[in-house]
Design a protein around this ligand. Structure first.
Ligand code: ZN
Length: 283
């Protein structure tokens, strides 16, 4: 059973669900949510409208072990499982019920490399989701996730965002920067407060300092055998057409097919999982 806490405002309003540690080693979300919960319980923040439910730690066992997952990637199995087998499928059943009970989802994640730039995923750019993203103070929005997964029958992408969309709810995923960077907790904390302000749930106006750049995902690469990334890439590093990105131990080299960006590089990816993504500013 996942632990959650719900706060109700005096006046009716939106119902918001905010998740942390869907991936166990992504601690920025839990750190920020414990802080917001304490702010509300100590009356430093007054929830005046609507209803907010926090799940600071979705994947508890992975969080306790400081690993991404126990049996499988929780953010690829978010739906109802009639006969849940893995640990993550059992959690997915609880999370999908919570998503159904709320109007808006904010899912807080973080990324693998020191210096990673925060960004928000907008898998479904509906007007409701764009309103939600408006409140989040990051420089980059990543689009096109469902499209790059649609051609891969062997990999499912049942994410929290997808489940929210399938249930006609708003939902976005915020990647707050590198897991262990204290700044990532600040990004998560500010985003939570700004989102609550955006829907009139707490006092204040969300202050956003800059315009966002849209990056369109073009493909992802599954690590098929032993190998390594050719550089110590960070998320959103620029790459050039023909640039060597990765090399397998048997000598096979993977290159970029166009100018653009490397996204979410995971130097310690397991074989059979996503190694890195590529994207461009051009739609
Ligand atoms: Zn994550």
């Amino acid at each position: 059973m996942i632990e959650k806490i719900t706060f109700d405002g005096v006046v009716q309003g939106k119902k918001i669900l905010i998740l942390g540690a869907v991936h166990g080693n992504e601690t920025a979300g839990p750190n920020a949510l414990f802080k917001v919960i304490d702010d509300i319980q100590s009356y430093r923040i007054n929830l005046k409208r609507g209803c907010v439910t926090f799940v600071p730690i979705c994947n508890l066992i992975a969080y306790q072990k400081d690993v991404r997952q126990v049996d499988e990637n929780l953010n690829r199995v978010i739906k109802h499982h009639d006969n849940p087998i893995t640990y993550e499928q059992k959690i997915a059943n609880e999370i999908s019920s919570l998503i159904e009970q709320n109007d808006i989802l904010l899912d807080l994640h973080s990324t693998h490399c020191q210096g990673d730039v925060p960004f928000v995923f907008c898998d479904y750019p509906t007007s409701d989701n764009l309103k939600l993203i408006e409140a989040i103070d990051v420089d980059y929005v990543l689009l096109g996730w469902p499209q790059i997964y649609s051609g891969h029958a062997d990999i499912t992408d049942y994410s929290t965002e997808r489940y929210a969309h399938d249930c006609h709810k708003s939902g976005v995923t915020l990647e707050c920067g590198y897991h262990k960077e204290p700044k990532a907790t600040d990004v998560a904390y500010n985003a939570v407060l700004n989102v609550l302000k955006q829907y009139g749930m707490i006092d204040g106006i969300s202050h956003i300092s800059h315009c966002k750049t849209n990056i369109y995902l073009t493909e992802f690469i599954i690590k098929r055998k032993n190998g390594r990334l050719c550089q110590n890439y960070k998320h959103l590093d620029r790459i050039l057409k023909g640039q060597k990105i990765a090399q397998y131990d048997d000598g096979e080299v993977l290159t970029a097919s166009q100018d653009g960006y490397i996204l979410l590089p995971n130097g310690s990816a397991e074989i059979g999982t996503e190694w890195y993504y590529l994207g461009t500013q051009n739609k």
